[in-house]
Design a binder for this molecule. Sequence first.
Ligand SMILES: Cc1cc2nc3c(=O)[nH]c(=O)nc-3n(C[C@H](O)[C@H](O)[C@H](O)COP(=O)(O)O)c2cc1C
Length: 342
Amino acid sequence: MLLDLAWTLARPLFFSMDAERAHRLVVGSLHQTGRLSEAVLGTLAGPPPASLARDLGPLRIAGPVGLAAGLDKDGEATTVWPAMGFGFVELGTVTAHAQPGNDRPRLFRLVDERGLINRMGFNNHGSAALADALRVLREGDRWPKVPVGCNIGKSKVTPLDDDAVAQDYLTSVERLRALADYFTVNVSSPNTPGLRSLQAVEPLRKLVGTVVPAAGDVPVFVKLAPDFEPDELRPVVDGIIAEGATGIIATNTTISRPGTTDRLGEGGGLSGAPLWPLARARIETVLDAAAGRVPVVGVGGISTSAQARELLDLGCAAVQLYSGLIFEGPGLVARIHRELAA
Ligand SMILES: Cc1cc2nc3c(=O)[nH]c(=O)nc-3n(C[C@H](O)[C@H](O)[C@H](O)COP(=O)(O)O)c2cc1C
């Protein structure tokens, strides 16, 4: 396929560059050439076969493979991802306050293991800027035909006090409520100090119980880390469901280092192929704990249709990926969908 050939040729160039620079170059180019990229990718990749459309809770997704959060935090290429074949798209994480994120370098490739380590720290232009970008699409009749979710997180400057945290998330919800097709409450990134303490049952219930009513009709998913013991996960899942969340996304990156020698010695969250066994195990626990009460989106190290199928067969309503795209290129999503439909 042409996209795979193009990626085979382009990959050595991108991989010779600093990982974040390569990322900026790609997302920036997709932003600059929006309509052209859409047309080209729409021809070479295109939407999933119609038979793959399905429900993700109240959302109708075009295919089971969605874009995971973090690749397009500020919604720069919102209209391009569906053309690349994604059945739904998650933007963000955005925070109430625009923030620069951690010092660079903060994104590293483990080429041999097909993994990434990142400690970006929610670098983003803020939820007000994302709302502005999305309003342009809504008002210009350019909204994608697939659901577009907004993943929201805590601003670094906001203290870890329950009320302050809730207010920080609420600010983003209010700005984005009339625009987003769904929200994801992110409490699982390892790179904002203290964020993951919000995954403890009580603070999490309080946060989800605040966001869900504020989101009104907009579905609310909660994204969890893989760094739980299975026993710890069950009350967390019960709490999320009790507070009325629409579904659960599992998992985020891991602070552990499975499947790699950790030769880089860099802190941050590990994603990509080395994450797969851990993510898969935790997804299974989440599915078991949720017991069909809410849909579960599986994410973590997916780069083949066999892995996507495995998670769907386990009971996931959909899957997401990010790192696989970096290693396999822009033809990956359409290929997975094609193979799933076959
Ligand atoms: C560079 C990078 C940045 C990320 N940023 C976010 C983020 O802002 N919010 C979030 O919820 N997840 C973020 N993630 C996690 C991904 O959405 C996903 O959960 C994780 O990478 C596992 O999937 P993968 O192995 O397919 O990449 C990020 C991942 C990477 C590699």
